[in-house]
Design a protein around this ligand. Structure first.
Ligand SMILES: Nc1ncnc2c1ncn2[C@@H]1O[C@H](COP(=O)(O)OP(=O)(O)OP(=O)(O)O)[C@@H](O)[C@H]1O
Length: 341
């Protein structure tokens, strides 16, 4: 378990003192994928660097699996850092070394004998899906492959915690998805705790169990990912949730949909968690005389269950449509009639 207690980091720039991390208290469970989201300057990088002792706090403590990272120095700190490894947005690979040699590097530093290093690298190369590319140089790899090397290298010394600093921000959406899938796979296979920082809510939605929202150095909202999607409280959290849910809500989009589907009513269903497992649409179509057309849908799976929206066109008499909407509401699906103004 990772515990942050009253953690504060101030930077003295000579003229002013800037509080980058402001009295943060957090507990992260073993095996959890924990996301920290915030805009640029919120303090995410500073916070994650405090977790592995790259920054010293101005006050407060960081405890990783019973060891106070904030109280140790020198060789002890180097040893503790092997248990908390990190991957980076720009990969931080050694450009003059091959894939194999990059992955081997932390093992060399840890004094692991050659034969053992080689067998470990082989395992890691397999784990991250880079078999056959061992002798390539970073410049010969795609962005996704470079991050796979970064991940393999970070796992070399069997860490307990993996910190991800905007690990997918330099990648295209498809590669991002593949790397996020790999992180989930590693989390499940190795039971590794993952802490990631990002400014992209789709990263949180796809792989995190819980999320903390940071603003001005503080954690302003914290919770299970589905709960945060269902009922974001702070304005900043609402803005992040809107990044992945609100595309179809703009007035222009609604107008466009109404032009395409001019009759009946357009209703938006918001699914959170377990309802998506239930055959709500089947029940609606079997038991109600309305005609149902699927207009648009975006349902995705978070680590805690499905989340998403579905827009339906309901056609029939006023009463038939009203009955169908009542049914949906009774099924505890958040249902909104999309107004046409
Ligand atoms: N070494 C430093 N010296 C002075 N100020 C710093 C230092 N590191 C960070 N800061 C300041 O602390 C604040 C938080 O920065 P931090 O990099 O932690 O935020 P962030 O949320 O990670 O943003 P970004 O995504 O842009 O990196 C910023 O105002 C930044 O300028």
């Amino acid at each position: 378990m990772i515990q942050l207690k009253d953690l504060t980091k101030k930077f003295d720039t000579g003229k002013t003192v800037l509080t980058a991390v402001d009295n943060v208290n957090l507990s992260i469970d073993d095996g959890e994928i924990f996301g920290i989201i915030g805009y640029s300057g919120a303090g995410k990088s500073t916070l994650i660097r405090l977790l592995n002792g790259l920054e010293k706090p101005s006050s407060g403590t960081v405890d990783v699996n019973g060891q106070k990272i904030t109280a140790i120095k020198g060789a002890d700190l180097r040893k503790a850092r092997q248990k908390v490894s990190m991957i980076f947005q720009h990969f931080n690979l050694l450009w003059s070394r091959t894939v194999q040699e990059n992955i081997e590097f932390p093992l060399e530093i840890a004094g692991v004998p050659k034969a053992k290093r080689e067998s470990r690298v082989k395992e890691l190369v397999e784990l991250v899906g880079l078999a056959g590319r061992e002798n390539a140089y970073p410049s010969q790899l795609s962005g996704g492959q470079k991050q796979r090397v970064g991940i393999a290298r970070s796992l070399a010394n069997d860490p307990e915690v993996l910190l991800c600093d905007e690990a997918t921000s330099a990648l295209d959406p498809e590669t991002t998805d593949a790397i996020l899938d790999l992180l989930v796979d590693i989390n499940k296979r190795l039971g590794l705790t993952i802490v990631l920082i990002t400014h992209e809510m789709h990263v949180i939605r796809k792989i995190c169990h819980r999320v903390a929202v940071m603003e001005g150095g503080k954690v302003v909202e914290l919770g299970d990912v589905l709960t945060i999607f269902r009922s974001p409280k702070k304005d900043i959290t609402k803005r992040f949730v809107a990044q992945v849910t609100e595309t179809e809500d703009s007035t222009a989009t609604i107008k466009h949909l109404r032009e395409l589907y001019p009759t009946g009513e357009l209703v938006k269903l918001i699914f959170v968690g377990e309802q998506t497992e239930q055959p709500i649409l089947t029940k609606l179509i079997r038991n109600y005389p309305v005609e149902v057309n699927i207009v648009q849908g975006d349902i995705s799976h978070t680590q805690r269950g499905a989340y998403g929206t579905l827009i339906l066109q309901l056609k029939g008499s006023k009463q038939e449509i009203a009955d169908a909407i009542l049914f949906l509401k009774q099924e505890k699906v958040q249902t909104e009639v999309m107004a046409n103004d």
